[in-house]
Design a protein around this ligand. Structure first.
Ligand code: SF4
Length: 436
């Protein structure tokens, strides 16, 4: 106003909804004039600082909004507003047009898995070649198939909070995940070729020495098994608008800060009632992690990383491995979507004679983005598959698992489960057929 910046408080005018804010315009930032900063060797930190990424958000706020160390009472977390996948991909296309850059960093607090799936499908539908990465929560819904779909759409990395790798503390944090679940999800991402970075925490209120060492052991095992590629230890900081900051007594913490502040006051001076000083672990945790990220030091006993006496870990040395080996088998849900990522199959019918009986088999050959694949199935199944793939590719609507099952059983007059859990179908699922 009159060439002055004035603050005008007009409560009648509401904030823009997230769906109305439009596409960010980065055209005036001449990023080509800047050098890329390679800050550290940590692969995820490198993504943060190195090169250029168009910044976008899938959803405002956090759909979980419960973690007790997080500012969940403030709007930037509390108000959860996702937008439609189509609108997100429209924004991506606009940004590609204006910046000529096809790399995207979704700066969500935690991108919702169902929305990520829809964004991936939309990217594939529009045949865009993009690269993207984002923050997530390690939800069970990140199945291997979903991770493969994300990868096919250009997802290269995800970061999420494992925090303190201890089920007691994860519960106290109200993180909504368990260590086992994180291990399985990390394995799925890794198998699909997506890098995983974990935010690690130490010094959460009431955390004991033993729990810190056990948490380090869980992390060590995940790196050794190769299901985690990057991580960073953050010491717990008490933020004013988190459940711990608002109610320190409940978490056995003594608050020494008097200022609450209206926005994020991220580091309130506090003390554990138990008197345990967590800072002493900082150096050892960081040093061990630095080594693990370089693929070395797994054989060293954990006390070697610290210059004071620490307890022995109570976690079995093969704990995470046995979690992965004993993963419970999950069946598909009838409403899940069926996606075909391969090309059109070529089919050849061959006749075989065994013990005087003659069989007709179909030899199917497919090309996927990375591979060439051949499977042999009964003639009827082969013919059904060729027609079904054609139908999937042409159908404007997505096909559900139940529709695929009904279609198969009507065509072949055989039980679908016998086929979908067969070796041949496993091969298809590894390469082209996704159920998400
Ligand atoms: S820590 Fe992350 S997942 Fe938890 S409430 Fe905050 S933003 Fe959501």
């Amino acid at each position: 106003v009159n060439n002055q910046v004035s603050y005008i408080n007009n409560p009648l005018i509401k904030d823009y909804k997230f769906s109305e804010v439009g596409t960010p315009d980065y055209t005036d930032i001449k990023l080509d004039n800047y050098i890329s900063v390679i800050e550290v060797v940590n692969p995820m930190h490198r993504l943060w600082s190195d090169g250029r990424w168009n910044k976008l958000t899938m959803a405002h706020g956090c759909y979980w909004g419960k973690c007790t160390f997080c500012d969940i009472s403030l709007d930037y977390i509390k108000i959860y507003e996702p937008i439609a996948a189509k609108q997100i991909v429209d924004r991506m296309e606009e940004l590609i047009e204006s910046t000529q850059n096809t790399g995207f960093h979704f700066v969500d607090e935690a991108a919702p898995p169902a929305l990520m799936r829809e964004v991936a499908l939309e990217i594939i539908r529009r045949k865009l070649t993009v690269t993207w990465w984002t923050n997530i929560r390690f939800e069970k819904s990140f199945s291997l198939d979903l991770c493969r779909l994300l990868k096919a759409s250009g997802c290269i990395a995800v970061s999420g909070g494992l925090e303190v790798a201890s089920d007691r503390l994860l519960k106290l944090i109200d993180k909504g995940v368990t260590v086992e679940q994180v291990a399985v999800v990390n394995r799925n991402f890794t198998e699909a070729g997506i890098m995983v970075h974990a935010y690690l925490m130490y010094g959460f209120p009431t955390q004991t020495k033993q729990e810190t060492i056990d948490s380090l052991e869980m992390v060590r095992q995940m790196f050794e098994l190769g299901i985690l590629q990057s991580g960073f230890w953050h010491q717990f900081a008490m933020t004013a608008h988190s459940p711990v900051g608002l109610n320190p007594e409940k978490y056995d913490v003594i608050n020494h800060s008097t200022e609450l502040g209206t926005f994020a006051n991220n580091d309130m001076i506090h003390e554990e009632k138990s008197g345990l000083l967590h800072d002493q672990f900082s150096f050892g945790l960081k040093k061990s992690l630095f080594n693990y990220m370089h693929g070395v030091g797994f054989e060293l006993s954990l006390n070697e990383w610290f210059d004071f006496k620490v307890p022995k870990t109570s976690i079995k040395p093969n704990h995470i491995e046995s979690v992965l080996n004993n993963e419970t088998f999950t069946t598909h849900k009838s409403t899940q979507k069926v996606i075909w990522l391969g090309g059109k199959p070529q089919v050849e019918i061959v006749t075989k004679t065994k013990k005087g009986k003659t069989f007709e088999n179909a030899v199917l050959q497919f090309h996927t983005k990375q591979d060439y694949l051949e499977i042999i199935v009964d003639k009827e199944i082969g013919e059904w598959l060729v027609e079904f793939v054609q139908f999937l590719k042409e159908s404007p609507k997505t096909i559900s698992y139940q529709q695929m099952k009904t279609n198969f059983e009507e065509y072949t007059q055989t039980d679908f489960e016998l086929f979908i859990y067969s070796k041949q179908a496993e091969k298809l699922k590894e390469n082209a057929l996704l159920i998400v």
